[in-house]
Design a protein around this ligand. Sequence first.
Ligand code: SAH
Length: 248
Amino acid sequence: MPEFDFRAPRLFVDSALSVGTHVPLERNQSNYLGNVLRLGAGDAVLVFNGRDGEWRADIGGRKRPDVLTITAQTRPQDHLPDIVYAFAPLKHARLDYMVQKAVEMGAARLQPVLTRFTQVSRVNGERMRANVIEAAEQCGIIALAEVADPVPLERYLAQRNAARLLVFCDEASDVASPVQALQAAQAAASGIDVLIGPEGGFADEERALLLRQPNILRLSLGPRILRADTAAVAALALVQAALGDWRS
Ligand code: SAH
């Protein structure tokens, strides 16, 4: 397990962090520290901004927490493995869940991809970013995944760096060991894209287009159909274990 205390209360603050800095708290942050975590003046929390590592901060304020004083750095800034999680966005609560799980699994960038059977046409980027931060705060993650704007599948494929490994999770693929398939793939030096389709799966013409892509790895996630948010966790776990930072 990581050597740091991932249970300690953590708060994302969008401020530069250095010893002695005073960070005023927004109302929702004050409410979270005071009412949810029941912390007050004199207590300490860990804070991060996604750029300067993790710092210990003392809470100040009379009736309720209203300022943090940065006292010491506890962890240097780290970096996520270069894994892009490309996915057909789902509806509200399931999208919230999927974003939070992708962050916990270590994805560095979340790329919504609009496919023929995608159920939603608009994606709330601010809500996705809030879920990225919430998952990071809860799991001691101090590097923040980027949230990209949704793009149609064709544009995603045209714009991506073709040197990257594209792990195409295809529900129509024959069952073959995903572990062996991933280990056999050239651990792409220029990063990995993991693509998961919508609840309705990929359309035939999308599958044909995908299978023509350079550096494509058509991956089976076993003999049963997984729901898209389940497939997200399964696929990212396999990629992290075979090619990512779950290896020592
Ligand atoms: N069309 C099917 C499955 C869609 S599941 C249906 O409607 O029931 C949503 C996505 O999860 C798929 O597009 C695929 O990316 C992934 N997925 C689910 N089960 C999978 C499997 N057994 N192998 C590979 N990918 C899978």
